[in-house]
Design a protein around this ligand. Structure first.
Ligand code: UDP
Length: 559
């Protein structure tokens, strides 16, 4: 049932002593189904249903749920956001909280925008402030130490608003690739900034405490600096603050300042969120030519109840996290295996048809998930902060302030043996460096099946795929080359189109990288940034092929 890679990953971190994958899925199903008892539901039936969708690899929750369900401290959420306030005590309190979250398997996002800039006066000591970037290094060092004993590597996201006086230092902070390895950096972009860039005007950097202008900079120069750095090594990403806050379902509780580490989940301070993903590669109808929307609906509805149950069965590492999470009951259901689905349906990832299908799928999933959340509200009550939320004046009571998120699914897609999230295939054959240097090699089974079915799997083609990870240099028909195009062969605008299509029907955000060919220039990155903003994306990250020394995924498998 499970691939060799999946077994290797599970054995390394997920399975308990003597546990088989089946037992692991039972452990998770039983633990989560227990919540049904709180509401007079059928625990046994729910347990069977949850087991079936997990063991069938139709749906998997995020890693912490698989790892921690059934433990004494069953911390099952992947995503957290913590506030960082402008005092030494607050900065180190938050660092302590982050350490506890990392220890339990969660990732943390922070905004450092409230910290006073470097060189500012500190009234208490008459000294000078060291600025947000200096504290980033402290947080990074702490994460490095905690990771040794943690369930998994603690990942961090740092956001700094584009109008913070230290913004240039932040944008260039990872130029030296040896530092801040436990952090992803995103610039918090405002609409006002994007207008200033479009009009080539100057832009004010303001003191976060006093609100006074510290200096004026050229908006375009700042934008170009972000593009140049991202061109160099993929960072910083952009996080579109105003776009994100326009979609805030609970504006009465406050504004978003930061998302979780991989950017797919904007959260209010102290909120946490459990993610889960439906494997679309398992949602193809028996005729092999259509998406089975009936089955998808069944899986989505079960997954929503599963994720809502987790909120009640979860162990919260801090009282403030319990309070904030239980107030909005956000869940993040998403998809994985999208690229597999496209190949199975013979559709090129970089095509209008594929973009429309992505939008259709997410529109369907969000609508079904919302309906299930409304049913849950009728049975169990709406989320406590419902009064004052956007739902009060629209569709009425729902159990969860958000229902959908598209996660990277870095590990759970390996367990399900499908393509990750909504990404195209990075290579048709690849070696993965996972879990501390172990190398796992494989040729994509969906690709093999696709070629085999059409009688195109010659020894030559197989050899080329193994060596190059691509069919670009084969004599295969043009359409086949389009369907099997890999991430860097797909034009960057198609990546943005897919990101935007998915985002349009997703409550939270979407994790996706816009891949650029090696020969792309910094102004290409700037154009992608603008396009992503204009098409309503909540954030954007780029990666230019070969721009980092060590890539996580390496194309081709040595013969
Ligand atoms: N995450 C983390 N450490 C990791 C990988 C992931 O803290 O090493 C968190 C992070 O918040 C990320 C989220 O888990 O955004 C989801 O990542 P992914 O979908 O890749 O996780 P999976 O469930 O597949 O392990």
């Amino acid at each position: 049932m499970l691939s060799g890679e999946a077994m290797a990953v599970l054995k390394a971190r997920y399975l308990r002593e003597g546990e088989t994958p089946e037992k692991m899925f039972w452990r998770v199903a039983e633990y989560v189904a227990e919540a049904e008892a709180l509401y007079g539901g059928d625990r046994q039936a729910a347990c069977q249903e949850y087991y079936a969708i997990m063991a069938g690899l139709e749906f998997l929750p995020n890693s912490p749920a698989l790892m921690n369900a059934g433990r004494k401290q069953a911390q099952m959420a992947a995503c957290f956001v913590l506030p960082v306030d402008d005092s030494l005590g607050d900065i180190f309190d938050t660092l302590k909280h982050a350490a506890l979250i990392h220890q339990s398997g969660g990732g943390t996002g922070f905004s450092f925008s409230r910290l006073r800039p470097k060189g500012d006066r500190i009234a208490g000591t008459n000294g000078k402030a060291s600025g947000p970037v200096s504290f980033l290094h402290v947080y990074d060092a702490a994460t490095e130490v905690v990771r040794q004993g943690a369930v998994r590597r603690g990942a961090n996201m740092a956001v700094l608003r584009v109008d913070h006086p230290d913004i240039e230092e932040f944008i260039t902070a990872k130029r030296d690739r040896t530092v801040l390895n436990n952090f992803n950096l995103s610039v918090g972009i405002t609409d006002a900034f994007m207008v200033a860039v479009a009009q080539d005007r100057s832009f004010a950097l303001v003191h976060p405490r006093t609100g006074r202008t510290v200096r004026q900079v050229s908006a375009r120069r700042l934008f170009d600096l972000m593009a140049a750095m991202a061109w160099e090594n993929g960072e910083p990403g952009l996080f579109f603050l105003d776009t994100v806050n326009r979609a805030n379902p609970t504006p009465h509780l406050g504004n978003f300042e930061a998302p979780n580490p991989c950017s797919e989940q904007p959260l209010l301070p102290y909120e946490s969120c459990v993610l889960g993903s439906v494997n679309l590669a398992k949602m193809v109808a028996a005729d092999g030519q259509h998406l089975d929307y009936d089955r998808l609906s069944v899986v989505v509805r079960r997954a929503v109840r599963f994720l809502d149950n987790i909120i009640d069965r979860n162990w919260y590492p801090l009282p403030a996290v319990a309070e904030a999470t239980l107030r909005t009951r956000k869940i993040g259901l998403g998809i994985m295996g999208l690229a597999d689905l496209f190949i199975m349906l013979d559709i090129p990832y970089g095509s209008k048809q594929a973009v429309l299908l992505t939008a259709d799928i997410m529109r369907f999933i969000t609508a079904e998930a919302r309906r299930e959340s409304a049913r849950l509200a009728a049975e169990r009550g709406p989320f406590p902060a419902y009064p004052g939320s956007i739902y009060e004046s629209s569709i009425g009571p729902v159990r969860n302030a958000t229902v959908t998120t598209i996660a990277p699914t870095g590990t759970i897609s390996i367990i399900a043996n499908c393509s990750s999230g909504i990404e195209p295939l990075f290579a048709l054959a690849f070696s993965r460096h996972v879990l501390g240097g172990q190398v796992l090699a494989s040729i994509n089974p969906t690709v093999l099946a696709y070629l085999d079915k059409r009688g195109l799997l010659t020894t030559d083609v197989e050899k080329t795929i193994k060596h190059q990870g691509s069919v670009r240099n084969t004599g295969l028909p043009y359409h086949v080359k389009q369907v099997l195009a890999t991430a860097h062969e797909i034009r960057p605008i198609w990546h943005v189109a897919q990101l935007a299509a998915a985002q349009r029907y997703t409550d939270n955000a979407v994790s996706k990288t816009v891949n650029l060919p090696h020969k792309a220039m910094p102004h290409d990155v700037a154009r992608i940034f603008s396009l992503a903003y204009r098409s309503g994306c909540k954030g954007v990250t780029v990666y230019r092929d070969g721009s980092r020394d060590q890539q996580v995924l390496v194309q081709g498998v040595a013969a």
